[in-house]
Write a protein that binds this ligand. Structure first.
Ligand SMILES: O=C(O)/C=C/c1cccc(O)c1O
Ligand SMILES: [Fe+2]
Length: 320
């Protein structure tokens, strides 16, 4: 089995409210390089860890973790819509292995995913169904949330399962780092918004357009400095990325949910996708990681980063 990892921030604002052309070109070149790397690796299985933003998962029944046995992307903002090519038997076996490791993961035969999954799949794989993909949802916006430590344990259990497969596996983590887009919260929502958070599946095209317009206009205000949204936090971002590069799992376990919100913003909890992906890689043995890009991009409301990592076992076997 060979295994590599690619982690990346996502933002649905790409293509709606872009930074200056030099920065956009920088990110596009980076994304093209990631795609080329993945093509060269030619994965036989992709496991993607990502959050949802009240498009597929709602408070009518909000799991902390969910493995998709069948999944469709809804196509919010400019993200691709359509089915993912999920290898059902492997997804089921993975769920059993995770449950056997005492992580109570949910299972979905009709998972709906949004730009959190779809953007990463498009960037890395060139589409939603070009490779077999198992989507793993991690709750990152809907309090109460499980701890970062639990995401590490989820990733570890999945990594140990993957180690038993004789396949080339690509691990993907999509989300973060510091950012606080205008995602509503149930605690202080009016009845109409609360209903949307509890049971807002498949909104009307008008409701979807209004939501997207609110985010774009929030990004304009955020960029101009006239916003109550929590600012990006490059120092916190770099520290988190360094923790992952070093594999400092004690530091991960020490990250409280309150500290993540305070330092990184309400959507910084998406770092859980990175934590799970790195923990899955770590379950296979020591790894070597590199931070390929970091820049706070206010136009996208994103502490925007990409990292790649390889199992040292893979490096050794290639070098031998
Ligand atoms: O779901 C939305 O409407 C907005 C999500 C968003 C906005 C900005 C940065 C991100 O990472 C997001 O997921
Ligand atoms: Fe997000």
């Amino acid at each position: 089995m060979t295994i590599i990892l690619e982690c990346l921030s996502h933002t649905p604002l790409q293509g709606y409210h872009d930074p200056v052309p030099e920065i956009l070109a920088e990110v596009e070149a980076l994304q093209a390089a990631m795609k080329k790397r993945v093509q060269a690796f030619d994965p036989e299985l992709v496991v993607v860890f990502a959050p949802d933003h009240y498009n597929g998962f709602f408070y009518d029944l909000m799991p902390q973790f969910c493995i998709g046995v069948e999944a469709t992307s809804i196509g919010d903002y400019k993200s691709l819509a359509g089915p993912l090519d999920v290898p059902r038997d492997i997804a089921l076996a993975m769920s059993e292995a995770v449950l056997a490791a005492d992580i109570d993961v949910a299972l979905s035969y009709r998972m709906q995913v949004d730009h959190g999954f779809a953007q990463a799949l498009e960037v890395l794989l060139g589409g939603l169904d070009n490779y077999p993909v198992i989507p793993v949802f991690i709750n990152s916006v809907a309090p109460p949330m499980a701890s970062c430590r639990r995401s590490r344990l989820l990733g570890d259990a999945i990594g140990r399962f993957l180690s038993g497969l004789n396949k080339r596996v690509l691990l993907v983590g999509s989300g973060g780092i510091s950012h606080e887009p205008p995602v509503p919260e149930i605690a202080n929502a009016c009845a109409e918004v609360a209903e949307r958070l509890i049971a807002g599946r498949n909104p009307t095209p008008q409701a979807r357009a209004a939501r997207q317009e609110r985010t774009i206009s929030a990004a304009r205000q955020f960029t101009s400095g006239d916003s109550s949204l929590r600012p990006l936090n490059p120092e916190w971002d770099r520290n988190f990325l360094d923790i992952l590069a070093r594999g400092d799992w004690m530091a991960i376990d020490d990250m409280s949910n309150d500290s993540i919100t305070e330092q990184g913003g309400k959507s910084a909890h998406e770092i859980r996708s990175w934590v799970a992906a790195f923990a899955a890689l770590n379950a296979h043995g020591p790894y070597k990681a590199s931070l390929d890009y970091y820049r706070p991009i206010p136009e996208w409301i994103a502490g925007f980063a990409t990292m790649q990592a390889q199992s040292l076992r893979l490096v050794e076997s290639v070098a031998a």
